[in-house]
Design a protein around this ligand. Structure first.
Ligand code: SF4
Ligand code: SF4
Length: 274
């Protein structure tokens, strides 16, 4: 009886589950990936950000500066050291794509080099894939393998299933055995000791199957040497670690239930925010 009354009482309590339709990948409370707006001729003489970046994801060349956001830890060392205020924290945290190359961005003194028409239609390519047809309709089961991760990703995966983020409500479920999984979720840089175990998990999975790289270490190695995947991931989710809300939005994108293309959104953000 007390339980029943409690349930009635709960009906009138405000919802705590995130309304994803109101979230756009920007967070005022997060550093996000660094944005660039500067003068390349000054940068060529300086290169301080390139030197300090712990994952070597910035490259200053004669005509452009390149950022590999798939390797970015969102640590802000580059924006802190820039005396010209040419790099700033964006708060942009939705860094994921079906294309690894999509996470690499080039800038010159006028801004981002790619124009909208040059941008890859990364999610469009994914739509041709067998695994996409499966997960789009049914959601998916995943088995996670911590391949040398510092467990930051694992903590956030755990949080993504609480009642604030409610991952299961979008049809994404954890399974204990790779034999029951559609997706192999890989975290960590794939250390030598985990290489064999990762391959065994992959070989145990029925087809269609796919790998998703979860976290900056899995996407690029991060601070470490990057190991070898059993197969090329179909989706890359950067962040060190990605936040639970980022994971939910990334999975919705992977399943084709959300219209999002990293470079298109980043370009729009830069046009509005700089
Ligand atoms: S630290 Fe600033 S000025 Fe120096 S290369 Fe980087 S962006 Fe350019
Ligand atoms: S890893 Fe840190 S220093 Fe390197 S680009 Fe990202 S925020 Fe900047």
């Amino acid at each position: 009886m007390i339980g029943f009354l409690q349930e009635i009482f709960n009906l009138f309590k405000p919802h705590v589950t995130l309304d994803l339709s109101k979230h756009n990948g920007l967070s005022a409370k997060a550093r996000g990936i660094p944005a660039y707006k500067g003068d390349i001729s000054i940068c060529v003489e300086c290169k301080s950000c390139e030197a300090i970046c712990p994952t070597h994801c910035i490259e200053v060349q004669s005509e452009k500066i390149s950022f590999d956001y798939g390797a970015c830890l969102q640590c802000s060392l580059c924006s802190d050291i820039c005396e010209n205020n040419s790099i700033f924290e964006s708060g942009f945290v939705d860094v994921y794509s079906a294309s690894r190359d999509d996470l690499k961005v080039n800038y010159n003194s006028s801004g981002i080099l790619e124009s909208s028409k040059d941008l890859p239609q990364a999610i469009g390519t994914l739509k041709e894939d067998t695994i996409y047809k499966l997960v789009h309709k049914n959601g998916f089961n995943f088995r996670e393998v911590c391949a040398g991760s510092n467990t930051g990703v694992e903590w956030e995966i755990g949080a993504s299933f609480n009642n604030v983020f409610d991952m299961e409500s979008i049809g994404v479920r954890v399974v204990a055995s790779p034999k029951h999984a559609d997706i192999l979720l890989v975290s960590g840089p794939i250390s030598e000791n985990m290489h064999h175990g990762l391959n065994v998990a992959w070989d145990s999975m029925a087809k269609p199957r796919a790998i998703i790289a979860m976290g900056t270490e899995a996407v690029s190695g991060g601070l470490w040497k990057h190991g070898i995947f059993p197969d090329t991931p179909k989706f890359w989710i950067a962040g060190d670690p990605p936040r639970p809300d980022v994971m939910v939005r990334a999975f919705l994108t992977f399943m084709g239930r959300r219209d999002f293309d990293f470079k298109v959104k980043w370009l729009e953000f830069l046009k509005q925010g700089t």
